[in-house]
Design a protein around this ligand. Structure first.
Ligand SMILES: [Zn+2]
Length: 63
């Protein structure tokens, strides 16, 4: 299977970013079928936010 670099638009900041063939290969190897919707900086920010909210909801649900 061969991949080609793809130009995508970030849904968060609206910036164009490249979904490289290497990343596509990585996604495919992980079994991900969805394309990334966010550029790398937004993905990182989102990941950190999710980490925090997971921690919050966990402490709530333990009550
Ligand atoms: Zn972005």
């Amino acid at each position: 299977m061969s991949f080609q670099d793809k130009s995508l638009k970030c849904i968060d900041c609206g910036a164009d970013f490249t979904f490289t063939s290497g990343e596509q290969e990585y996604f495919a190897s992980k079994g991900f079928t969805n394309e990334p919707k966010r550029c790398v900086p937004c993905r990182r920010a989102k990941k950190q936010q999710m980490g925090n909210s997971t921690y919050d909801s966990h402490s709530y649900s333990s009550r």
